[in-house]
Design a protein around this ligand. Sequence first.
Ligand code: ISE
Length: 336
Amino acid sequence: PDLRVGVVGAGMMGADHVKRITERIKGAVVSAIIEPDAGRAAAAVENAPGAQAFTRIEDAIEADAVDAVLIATPGQFHEPVLMPALEAKLPILCEKPLTPDSESSLKVLEAEQKLDKPHIQVGFMRRFDKEYAQLRELVTAGDAGELIMLRAAHRNPSVPESYTQKMLITDSVVHEFDVLPWLAGSPVKSVEVKYPRRNELAPERLREPILVIMELENGVLVDLEMNVSVQFGYQVATEAVFAEGIARIGQPSGLELWKSATYSRAEHTSFVTRFADAYDEQLQRWVNAVRAGTLVDGPNSWDGYLVALACEAGVAALEQSGPVSIESAERPAFYA
Ligand code: ISE
């Protein structure tokens, strides 16, 4: 039988996942939409034939309406959904971040360790992007020699009004805190933030772009341009410096057009299209893993905890000069 997925949160990401499951994912159906806003819930149910609407996760569990849970609410609402879902022993795909801080992440890890195995996968979808996967392969195979540096750029055309200075780290750099250590095979040791001249097109409340410098435990150095008012489009790119070569991913790959004595190439404008294939791949593999009983096929809650730690250091680094170092708890054998 198809896996009955309850989607929690029917905002932009939740609605996108509902359509994805209904239209493209094999072996799963959306059986429940858990969303307190009635208008959003109704709109989502329209894309999920047969789904029941609930306002609380507890009610969906009580009604035995779900086999697994996909959490797509903003990060500060994750913990109150994760806890009852774990209690009910349900497999969970949780959009990033796991929780907003390391203390609450540790609480979630503690609750999860009462189960027989990890039940939570965190939605760091970049690991499922084809080019990121190829680069990871190049690092592990060693075909270009040892990895030395990663030079990354994360550019958004603009950000919503709710986006604050801190969110440069907790909402955006959060992705690099997962995917770059994963690429390099080593956790973040310290984070530093530097401010270039401010982009005058940035909303008044934001001082950006920022330059984020990460030192990884294995000595790989990362620099990241985090830039959210670029206007022209959505870009996420990485250049990897190896002993014997250079590799690049995330270069523009859209329509090429020669017209009026000009050459142009189409660029993405949103992460929804830029990472559409990665979101599909992530969700299909999670569904397969849940149906096979392995439950997780990607970043787990321990990875989510490490990212929460890096975000704390990153937020501190927004306001102090010099690197902020990271102290992690001991990794439990449960997550080996
Ligand atoms: C957003 O929340 C995302 O997750 C996107 O991937 C990122 O590019 C953007 O900066 C965030 O605001």
